[in-house]
Design a protein around this ligand. Structure first.
Ligand code: FES
Ligand SMILES: [Fe+2]
Length: 466
């Protein structure tokens, strides 16, 4: 493969049609945010392996990142009624989210103000008319105010100001409840960047959780999420003919995106890989239609003047329209079909698509530097006027379990197995290398670099104190 040396770093792109070319050729134009692109070269230095493997670095994240970063804890439909609670754990920290009144959601550190005992035991949904510590029975109202202290006579030094439950910032966006443990945190809006503007077109609050899978992964939380931030791995990991022609956007310090078209191919799949493994480009429209058969739709012949992409999008409009009672007639091919993935620093992903409608969260698994917890939500659009049903409990998978064990996950099961199958090998390889760190592509892997640059700022004391 030759390189064009007249281009500056980060300017080169894969051969073949770009995402913009594909979207401009579609019948239904996508909403304007999907036609935007924004990329700047961010450097090409290696990322030190120790960021993934070193327990001192991990502890620094525990002190300077997680207690100071906004992160989604649960969905609003987890706490619809007064007294509904949700416990969210991150590293050694635990937070209680509670619907404290019909109008208000509050969040508190899950720790008794007497001698520190955890108040609610397990992560997940619950209900409490008030909070009571299991040790000596101190109790608090849902808004965190002291309710009762047994043996009050012995605590003249305890007051509402000093011993109410410890508040945690709590804000909602897109149907998600976000928390931030830092009393001096800037508002969530300062971190969301383009998300509110873009997602006006894709209201995630009008979705329900169809499926929640929670799996332990054998890698540091950053390595785990990075397996989902580029489509460069598609050729090798997924045996896909489609990967290079993905658009990567970096909107700021906290938000990035990729748009990965479904229903086309990348010419480089033959040039750079072992030809026999892949379908020979150019694939015919009939071959593309057959390839898209993984989406459970009919394959066959694409009529003259039609494209597989347009046909499959039309099938999806019909299929989901009937299934969900939502009119998708005017919805673009891009939204119906494509993998559109927004990332919010440090560890959250939102997909506005209809066929690929997920939200992800990757977080440390307790205090283990080498493993992480991956929460995967499938978010299905709600029909007009329909309220949120009760959300399903998460299906919990251990590190060795396959996604194919999850009922209702369909074609995504094997894909997630492929995506997460590399992680244990990568973690081992990190520790074997003589190299200083991992090397990233200037364009396709720039989102990973963006996260590391922002992380570096968080871990510097200047930022942590502002
Ligand atoms: S530790 Fe909670 S009541 Fe004593
Ligand atoms: Fe993948």
């Amino acid at each position: 493969m030759t390189q064009d040396n007249t281009l500056s770093p980060g300017q080169a792109r894969a051969p073949g049609p770009s995402v913009a070319d594909t979207l401009n050729a579609d019948r239904q134009p996508p909403p304007s945010p999907l036609l935007k692109s924004q990329y700047d070269f961010l450097g090409d230095e290696d990322i030190p392996f120790e960021r993934y493997t070193c327990s001192e670095f991990f502890q620094k994240e525990m002190q300077l990142l997680w207690p100071k970063a906004w992160q989604w804890a649960c969905r609003e439909e987890h706490v619809p009624d007064v007294g509904d609670t949700y416990v969210y754990d991150i590293g050694p920290y635990s937070i209680i989210i509670v619907r404290s009144s019909s109008e208000k959601i509050d969040a508190f550190l899950n720790s008794c103000t007497h001698r520190g005992t955890r108040i609610l035991a397990a992560e997940g949904s619950g209900y409490s008319p008030a909070f009571t510590c299991p040790f000596h029975g101190w109790s608090w109202e849902l808004d965190g105010a002291i309710r009762n202290i047994p043996g009050r006579w012995d605590f003249p030094h305890v007051s509402e100001e000093s011993h109410a439950l410890q508040k945690v910032n709590c804000e909602c966006w897109g149907g998600f409840i976000f928390i931030n443990m830092d009393p001096h945190a800037k508002p969530l809006a300062d971190y969301l960047d383009v998300l509110p503007e873009h997602f006006q077109h894709f209201p995630l609050e009008r979705r329900r959780i169809k499926l929640h899978v929670q799996k332990t992964l054998p890698a540091n939380w950053k390595a785990a999420q990075e397996a989902f931030m580029e489509a460069y791995h598609n050729f090798e990991t997924h045996d896909s003919p489609n990967g290079g022609n993905t658009q990567y956007d970096i909107f700021g310090k906290y938000v990035s995106r990729f748009i990965h078209n479904i229903g086309n191919y990348s010419p480089e799949s033959l040039a750079d890989y072992h030809g026999e493994k892949f379908r020979k480009p150019p694939m015919t429209e009939d071959e593309l239609l057959a390839f898209l058969g993984v989406y459970g739709l009919d394959s066959g012949t694409v009529p003259e003047g039609e494209t597989a992409r347009a046909l499959v999008a039309q099938e999806l409009r019909k299929y989901f329209g009937k299934l969900l009672g939502v009119d998708f007639a005017q919805v673009s091919e891009c939204l119906m079909l494509d993998s559109i993935e927004y990332h919010l620093f440090p560890n959250m992903f939102f997909f506005p698509g209809i066929n690929i409608p997920m939200a992800y969260r990757f977080r440390p698994n307790g205090e283990d530097v080498d493993s992480s917890i991956f929460d995967l939500l499938i978010l299905e659009p709600l029909a007009e006027g329909v309220g949120h049903p009760e959300p399903p409990d998460p299906v919990v998978l251990d590190v060795d379990q396959s996604y194919t064990e999850v009922e209702g996950i369909s074609w995504l099961g094997p894909v997630y197995d492929e995506d997460t199958g590399n992680l244990a090998m990568q973690t081992k390889g990190f520790k074997t290398s003589r190299k200083h760190g991992l090397t990233l592509g200037n364009y396709q892997e720039a989102r990973i670099r963006r996260v590391h640059l922002t992380l570096k700022e968080f871990l510097s004391h200047e930022n942590s104190l502002d």
